[in-house]
Design a protein around this ligand. Structure first.
Ligand SMILES: [Zn+2]
Ligand SMILES: [Zn+2]
Length: 414
């Protein structure tokens, strides 16, 4: 038997209804903030991610699906989508379009991570990018949109964290300070931290190993080392959030794993205390476009949501898709009539199934198993009289109805 590739999975009904729900809410909410969809290819040249995500990151060094194409080009299946969006922005000169360019995307990403419960090598992200402005008002708007989206998608009890990680003006001095402090304590930290203390000390702050926390908490805070413009940017962004009544926590240890993030970073946690998971990570990346070869500055901010995890969290609240009408035709003439009736009802927007030929009893059993709201029995007599036998599957009541009454019944409690 051929099975799905390790780390990938099939998304099956009824679970796909929750995926559709989350995605349609995303489209609706993002549209309200004037974001439009962008679809970039899954395959990109490997150097895009090496430069855009960072040579030293775990993603690039260990987790990418990279292969040589037949002509020798090194290609990679996208491990994330921000670099691709920026590539498209530069390639198509989108900086010449009016206003801030606001894009959202949704789709599969690929990382060869160690198999773990709830982690997939093909996973899904919903994300957005706003490119072309440094203003803290854009940061606040993006964060507001995220909160709006989670609320409307039905995510309960999430926590929004915000921070500033400074910029190329103030961060180097902070990193120097951090490196200095780490020299004396790195030996007591986990293996990953010992490596990061040298390669990417900011990421030590992000470590989740419980034994490391007390030591890391005593390390210097980036918020005490921001330069004046960064400090003002952060204060202004927070003011905008406060104005809109958005609840958040400032978390000075919140840094992002990717090298190009600067100033505003944010994250959304979800789950009961002690078992909180990150469902969203985002931040500002003002230097990214230049590092990918843009001649013009393209300051941007964006986020990505782990859709697999989000769907798991809202799935219990989302009712499965329902079958509105099940038609059971009795005989050849009724089979033809059922086809026409099903066509009309489907055009009115009701999910409709027509029973295969066979006994009425079997058909009604099937209607029950499929969870149909109504079953309609169609025989020669019903065709002649123009009145159908309609059974409400929940109450069990069966009554003759006209075509008009059928429409009324279907519209009730829909
Ligand atoms: Zn650690
Ligand atoms: Zn700064």
């Amino acid at each position: 038997m051929i099975r799905a590739v390790k780390g990938t999975r099939d998304l099956l009904p009824p679970s796909t209804a929750a995926w559709n729900h989350v995605e349609s809410v995303a489209r609706r909410v993002f549209h309200a903030y004037n974001y439009q969809e962008i679809r970039t290819p899954i395959l990109e040249e490997t150097q895009l991610f090496a430069r855009g995500v960072g040579e030293q990151t775990d993603i690039v060094t260990k987790e990418m699906y990279t292969f040589e194409d037949r002509d020798g080009t090194s290609l990679t299946m996208r491990p994330e989508n921000t670099a691709s969006v920026i590539r498209a922005y530069i390639e198509h000169r989108l900086d010449q379009r009016p206003g801030v360019q606001k894009f959202y995307y949704m789709g599969p990403m690929f990382r060869r991570e160690r198999p773990q419960k709830g982690r997939y090598r093909q996973f899904y992200q919903i994300g957005a990018e706003a490119i072309g402005s440094e203003s803290p008002a854009i940061d606040a708007e993006v964060i507001e949109m995220v909160v709006d989206f989670f609320e409307q998608a039905g995510l309960k009890g999430f926590t929004l964290l915000v921070n500033s990680v400074g910029d190329s003006n103030c961060r180097p001095a902070f990193l120097e300070r951090l490196r200095g402090e780490l020299k004396s304590v790195a030996g007591q930290l986990c293996e990953d931290c010992q490596r990061r203390a040298v390669t990417n000390p900011l990421r030590v702050l992000d470590c989740k190993v419980p034994e490391d926390q007390a030591i890391i908490d005593k390390l210097p805070s980036i918020l005490d080392h921001l330069c004046e413009p960064c400090r003002l940017h952060f204060a202004s962004m927070r003011q905008f959030l406060d104005d809109r009544g958005i609840v958040y926590e400032v978390r000075p240890r919140l840094v992002r794993g990717l090298d190009y993030y600067m100033r505003t970073t944010f994250e959304v946690l979800h789950g009961s205390l002690g078992a909180q998971n990150s469902v969203l990570g985002g931040g500002r990346y003002d230097g990214l476009a230049e590092s990918l070869g843009s001649k013009v500055p393209a300051p941007g901010i964006g986020f990505s949501i782990g859709e697999d995890r989000l769907v798991m969290s809202v799935e219990e609240q989302e009712p499965a898709a329902t079958l509105d009408l099940f038609i059971a035709p009795l005989g050849a003439a009724a089979q033809r009539e059922a086809g026409k009736l099903a066509r009309d009802v489907r055009r009115e927007g009701y999910s409709t199934e027509v029973a295969p030929e066979g006994k009425l009893k079997r058909a009604m059993e099937l209607a029950n198993k499929l969870g149909a709201r109504f079953a309609l029995i169609l025989g020669d007599e019903e065709i002649a009289s123009g009145r159908y036998a309609l059974k409400n599957m929940q109450s069990g009541v069966q009554e003759p109805v006209s075509r008009e009454q059928l429409a009324q019944q279907l519209a009730i409690a829909k």
